[in-house]
Design a protein around this ligand. Structure first.
Ligand code: NIG
Ligand code: FE
Length: 408
């Protein structure tokens, strides 16, 4: 059994509030802060959080970590990434800088399909190594739990290899079998027939959730309903990429099917905001994607004010968001989405954990939760969002063990 870990003399411990997840309304911004604090971890879990003056004598073996000058927050939870890919899209990035749009590149057979070509050509060992590499980048920005989607195979062998790569790297696998239609099919419904008959049975064994890109040029609402309904019947939780470029019915469909989340929402209007806020579906906001594609930001403030449960994620992928940093996403949340630092912290910890079905285990610094802890290189936890693209993460603890330290 690993010895207990005592993180002592922390300037602050900051954790989302105690209301039942997903947090919404005033609960979204209800972060609790303990000053001059300690955290005691035992057997991979948090055993105690308290103030230094209440710290009693600890018998037996205890490893100590000095928290002087640092604020502790829960390990960050990235609930939407696409990390299992080969190749890059740096050439398309340059074309977009010169004026080409993401949708034009997609329609011309580039975009997602260019990553599909590279990913199909890679071995499973290559995809696993790439996912580990990307996971390392995320960890250095404080991510202790990540979800990872397939969707760059669009054939049985490569989709399953992507799901295994995500699991091998410690991620939570989501089957994005309905990302777009690959070139060997000219009809989305024929492609879905193949996916549901040939891939779903094995994907359902590997993945926890299914996801679909509901958008012009990929799948419409009827096709998304067919795909997601079959996935739900196979035991998978449901997610949707929706309202990224056009409002195409993703929110009503997510509510109808009881999906965990609908993600993107850059094109969501007033009625969508109202409907999502009245539902149990979490709106996952991806401001790094909107920034990277020079698209409008999602209506985050309106969603939060209407009482919607929102989460934040990077959308890490080679095309629309080559960004692995949740602290940067928190900065964008405060400056572009007009969320408070407290709302941003809740959105990428406990609410993101809820999207992954883990809100009773991760996302809070409280007894019984996993000892996934980030120490910031600052005495005020709000530096998480304040230090724009700064090296704000100093130490990452996962399951009560040191996982990463800056400069080590
Ligand atoms: O969430 N929009 C669809 N899917 C991804 C991007 C995938 C890609 O461009 O490779 C997204 O933005
Ligand atoms: Fe995505």
């Amino acid at each position: 059994m690993t010895p207990r870990l005592l993180i002592r003399d922390l300037a602050q411990v900051a954790t989302p509030g105690t209301a039942a997840p997903p947090l919404r309304g005033s609960g979204l911004g209800a972060v609790e802060v303990v000053e001059d604090a300690y955290i005691l971890c035992d057997d991979g879990l948090i055993a105690e959080v308290g103030t230094m003056r209440d710290l009693g004598t600890l018998d037996g073996e205890v490893v100590e970590l000095d928290g002087h000058g640092r604020a502790a927050i829960p390990g960050l939870v990235d609930c939407h990434t696409h990390p299992a890919f080969a190749g890059d899209r740096v050439g398309e990035f340059a074309l977009r800088a010169a004026g080409a749009s993401y949708e034009e590149l997609h329609a011309a057979g580039g975009g997602i399909l260019s990553t599909v070509r590279a990913t199909r050509a890679a071995s499973e060992a290559d995809l696993t190594a790439a996912t580990f590499r990307h996971r390392g980048w995320m960890r250095a920005h404080g991510t202790t739990t990540f979800e990872g989607k397939s969707g760059y195979g669009l054939d049985r062998e490569t989709e399953l290899a992507q799901l295994r790569a995500v699991a091998a790297a410690g991620g939570v696998p989501t089957w994005l079998g309905a990302h777009t239609v690959p070139p060997e099919f000219d009809d989305p419904d024929a492609y879905l027939d193949y996916e549901l008959a040939e891939v779903l049975p094995a994907a359902a064994e590997l993945a926890e959730a299914a996801d679909v890109f509901l958008e012009r040029g990929s799948f419409d609402a009827a096709q998304a309903r067919r795909y997601l309904s079959a996935c739900a019947a196979a035991g998978l939780a449901l997610r949707l990429h929706g309202d990224q470029f056009t409002e195409s019915g993703a929110i009503p469909l997510a509510i109808e099917l009881g999906a965990r989340s609908v993600d993107h929402l850059e094109a969501t209007g007033t009625e969508g905001v109202r409907a999502l806020a009245a539902s149990d579906v979490v709106g996952v906001l991806l401001p790094a994607s909107a920034l990277f594609l020079d698209r409008p930001m999602p209506p985050a403030r309106a969603l939060a004010d209407a009482g919607a449960a929102v989460a934040l994620a990077t959308d890490f992928n080679p095309g629309s968001a080559f960004c692995d940093s949740l602290p940067l996403v928190c900065s964008l949340a405060c400056t572009q989405l007009h969320l408070s630092p407290a709302e941003a912290l809740t959105a990428c910890t406990v609410n993101a954990a809820h999207v992954l079905g883990r809100a009773n285990r991760i996302g809070k610094l409280a007894p019984g939760y996993a000892a996934d802890i980030v120490l910031l290189d600052a005495t005020d936890w709000r530096y998480l969002a304040y230090h724009l693209a700064g090296d704000v993460v100093h130490t990452v603890v996962e399951n009560g063990a040191l996982a990463w330290t800056r400069g080590a």
